[in-house]
Design a binder for this molecule. Structure first.
Ligand SMILES: [Fe+2]
Ligand SMILES: [Fe+2]
Length: 236
């Protein structure tokens, strides 16, 4: 299956059909389109409507996750509903999908840090609440992957599961760009053949989990910096 992926479209209210050509191009190149969050700039319904009109131009199926920007207005469920009405499937509750023998699971993920530097649930109750929320996101990914019975699967995230695809970002902000639990979860499932994420606009395109699963940072600015086609394209 040929898969096209892009994240961080950041649609704002001043745009007119900003990604119509992108969705047409991805449909021509691939059998499946994946969207890696930050689809809108502020999570406003007007922004989601503008994107929905462009998604409706896609002829390949569209599966995505939301990003932190899609939560900014406090109504991610409205963004999800508008994009769902346009035909996209938005994964945000531990669900999984199968299409032509390939499984798809995903979630937004969360920040939290990497390796031994990962934030733990210790001390202030506010820290414990935050870490619990991070764990719940990871559980959504695990629940989705566990449901899949396909021998090939793709994980869709907004936040990064490894640091390798963050190369280029200031080291001070790495803990805000993702967390290792996402990568550790993916490595427990040998049918996962690829991972896509966004969020890290200044990161690097390609990396791998400790277990060797290819990870693609498909944030739009990362793809633009590569200078080729504006979206990632790979096969599973
Ligand atoms: Fe973004
Ligand atoms: Fe983001």
């Amino acid at each position: 299956m040929r898969i096209a992926a892009i994240g961080d479209l950041h649609v704002n209210e001043s745009m007119t059909q900003p990604y119509r050509d992108l969705f047409t191009g991805m449909s021509a190149a691939a059998d499946m389109i994946l969207l890696c969050g930050d689809l809108t700039n502020y999570g406003k319904s007007n922004e989601a409507e503008i994107l929905a009109a462009d998604i409706a131009a896609a002829t390949a199926p569209v599966i995505g996750v939301l990003g932190n920007h899609d939560h900014e207005s406090g109504h991610p469920e409205t963004v999800k509903a508008i994009l769902t009405n346009a035909g996209a499937r938005i994964l945000d509750a531990g669900e999984a999908l199968e299409h032509d023998g390939v499984g798809f699971a995903g979630c937004m993920g969360s920040m939290g840090g990497f390796g031994r530097g990962m934030l733990s649930a210790f001390g202030e109750s506010s820290v414990k609440t935050f870490v619990q929320a991070c764990l719940e996101e990871t559980m959504k990914l695990e629940t989705g992957l566990r449901m899949l019975r396909t021998d090939r699967a793709v994980a869709i995230l907004h936040y990064a599961p490894i640091t390798e695809t963050l190369t280029g970002e200031p080291t001070e902000i790495l803990p805000f760009l993702g967390n290792s639990r996402l990568g550790e979860t993916i490595d427990r499932f040998d049918n996962v053949k690829a991972v896509v994420h966004g969020h890290a606009h200044r990161g690097s395109h390609r990396g791998a989990t400790p277990g060797g699963v290819p990870v693609y940072n498909v944030a739009r600015p990362v793809m633009a910096a590569l200078g080729g086609r504006p979206f990632a394209l790979f096969e599973v």
